[in-house]
Design a protein around this ligand. Structure first.
Ligand code: NAD
Ligand code: MG
Length: 396
């Protein structure tokens, strides 16, 4: 019998991290949690360590490390606690690791995810912001270091399942006409612009179909999530922007589709539960149980489709413009969005100001070519500064 694969879960305390640990725990013969990382909610990280007994845990600072070490010792465990960005990169690239679940939210996940890629690991990518920021560098590193990149985002996992073998060589050569990226439309799909102005963070985070972290929930409400996913799809599948179309599908049962030149359209369906793409990517090319209940088409009864409304959801347009502009523009878009969403969640910006901030930052910042990671990090820093200046100037 072969020994279980060692899995590092970056962002273990988050929504995707917990779903990953749920799938791992269903298959102790196949997978073992090798390293768990957390940034906040470290009590929960302690509890996860006691349940999963990882070899490593990573926390942001030394005070938190001391507290966690104390708890681990009291529980009689031998988990080693590492600290900060260096700790994250160490558990991503460790020679004993078989696969890394990249489930940190936002730009903070870029370096540890790249560390996993550069160590040639199997990388399960949930952290879409990392790819949006560094696009060409990231995909080049996947090639150079012979890493295996598997998408966890439900849409991209669906597209991956529907694409033909060898799609990396080019979609046209493989008979693919378009990728149809589905979007639920979020909690405000039918909400008027006047009402959108004053929606609260809790309203924005109440997604109709998916239970997720707060940042991605706000992204879903503004549809920037679909904008980021549009860029993600271009990089993952070597697609031009005009080969990707967004389709609003409120039931979130079809997770995305691939349209072929012979008129065939392949789709992947399932209940909206992230354990399906997680189990798919963990076991690929095999299939394993995920704990997700079977899809009941009679209960679903109908599937609806609409065009996205870019009047009410300008973030989609901003993301399309950023990928078309190229270079550092997607990194600028992503950083401005992170600052704007954080400001909204903390009562420092209105919901309708999120796209305004991003557009202002994109207009102000110069786009440059991406030649190395420092270009990306610099664009990220400048965009954050610029967004903060905007917030300062519009302080209520
Ligand atoms: P979450 O907020 O629930 O969890 C985020 C995790 O990242 C937590 O473990 C947190 O401790 C960690 N983290 C946050 N800031 C950090 C920092 N500065 N340094 C190190 N760690 C940090 O988020 P989530 O919903 O699990 O989403 C995680 C990622 O997966 C995001 O990029 C999101 O876009 C993507 N994703 C999520 C879903 C979903 O259903 N939740 C679906 C598709 C893609
Ligand atoms: Mg998604």
């Amino acid at each position: 019998m072969t020994s279980p694969q060692n899995i590092t879960v970056l962002g273990a305390t988050g929504s995707i991290g917990l779903s990953t640990l749920d799938v791992i725990a269903r298959h102790p013969d196949r997978y073992r949690a090798f390293a768990l990382t957390g940034y906040t909610r470290l009590d929960e990280l302690g509890a996860l360590c006691i349940t999963h007994e990882p070899r490593f845990a990573v926390v942001p600072g030394s005070a938190q490390a001391e507290a966690l070490e104390h708890r681990i010792k009291a529980a009689g465990l031998s988990t080693q606690v590492l600290v900060g960005e260096a700790g994250l990169s160490e558990v991503s690239a460790h020679p004993d690791v078989d696969a890394v679940m990249a489930a940190i939210v936002g730009a903070a996940g870029l370096k540890p995810t790249l560390a996993a890629v550069e160590a040639g690991k199997k990388v399960l990518l949930a952290n879409k912001e990392a790819l949006v920021m560094s696009g060409s560098l990231f995909m080049q590193a996947v090639k150079t270091y012979n890493a295996k990149l598997l998408p966890i985002d439900s849409e991209h996992n669906a597209i991956f399942q529907c694409l033909p073998v060898g799609y990396e060589e080019g979609l046209v050569a493989k008979g693919v006409r378009r990728i149809l990226l589905t979007a639920s439309g979020g909690p405000f799909r039918e909400t008027s612009l006047e009402v959108l102005r004053d929606v609260t963070p809790d309203q924005a985070c109440a997604h109709p179909n998916w239970s997720m972290g707060r940042k991605i929930s706000v992204d879903s409400a503004t549809m920037m999530n679909k904008g980021l996913e549009f860029i993600e799809a271009c990089w993952l599948f070597n697609a031009r922007p005009d080969q990707v179309e967004v389709v609003v599908h409120p039931q979130s049962v079809i997770h995305s589709l691939v349209d072929y030149i012979d008129g065939s359209v392949l789709a992947q369906l399932g209940n909206p539960d992230m354990r399906t793409p997680i189990a798919h990517a963990l076991a690929w090319p095999e299939r394993i149980e995920s704990g997700v209940s079977p899809l009941d088409l009679f209960a679903v009864a109908r599937l609806d489709f609409q065009k996205p409304d870019e009047q009410r959801f300008p973030c989609l347009r901003l993301a399309r413009e950023a990928i078309s502009a190229g270079g550092t523009a997607p990194a600028t878009l992503n950083a401005a969005n992170e600052v704007a969403v954080d400001a909204f969640l903390n009562g420092r910006a209105r919901f309708d100001e999120i796209p305004q901030i991003i557009e202002a930052v994109l207009q102000q910042e110069t786009i440059s070519a991406v030649t190395d990671l420092e270009c990306v990090m610099q664009a990220d820093r400048h965009a954050r500064d610029s967004a903060n200046v905007w917030l300062e100037r519009h302080r209520r």
